[in-house]
Ligand binder design. Sequence first.
Ligand code: ZN
Length: 151
Amino acid sequence: MSYTLPQFLAHAIALESEAADRYHELADMMEAHRNDEVSALFRDMVRYSRLHHDSVVARAGGTALPKIGPWEYLWRTPPEAGGDEAFDYRIHPYDALLYARENEVRAMNYYAEVERDASLPEVRHLAAQFAAEEAEHVAALDQWLARTQRP
Ligand code: ZN
């Protein structure tokens, strides 16, 4: 689908806000594991998601944005989680990183798809920029995965 700018901004805001919440949960979990390094990484990711979220909100300015509900591109609950919001606190750091990576890839693909389908140059340009940012997150998680022991 080809988004209007307000539609696209609303989706980006929802995606980044969901990502921030999930990273926050993941950071708490890694703390429970006493894995301070990976916890710190996830806290950084919380900060990046919030910065991204805030910059998109700022960009929207006073424009009224459509309300959107949960949708397929939002972060997915990991299969090992018991309910909708609960992660399993025993999740291993490696699996947590892998889970985060999958969701970053999903965000990256989402933005790339918006870019591809956009008929408005402003949407296309922003989506390309966001896709590039997500690609950086994927690369950062790959580096962490490479130096984290498999469970
Ligand atoms: Zn990201």
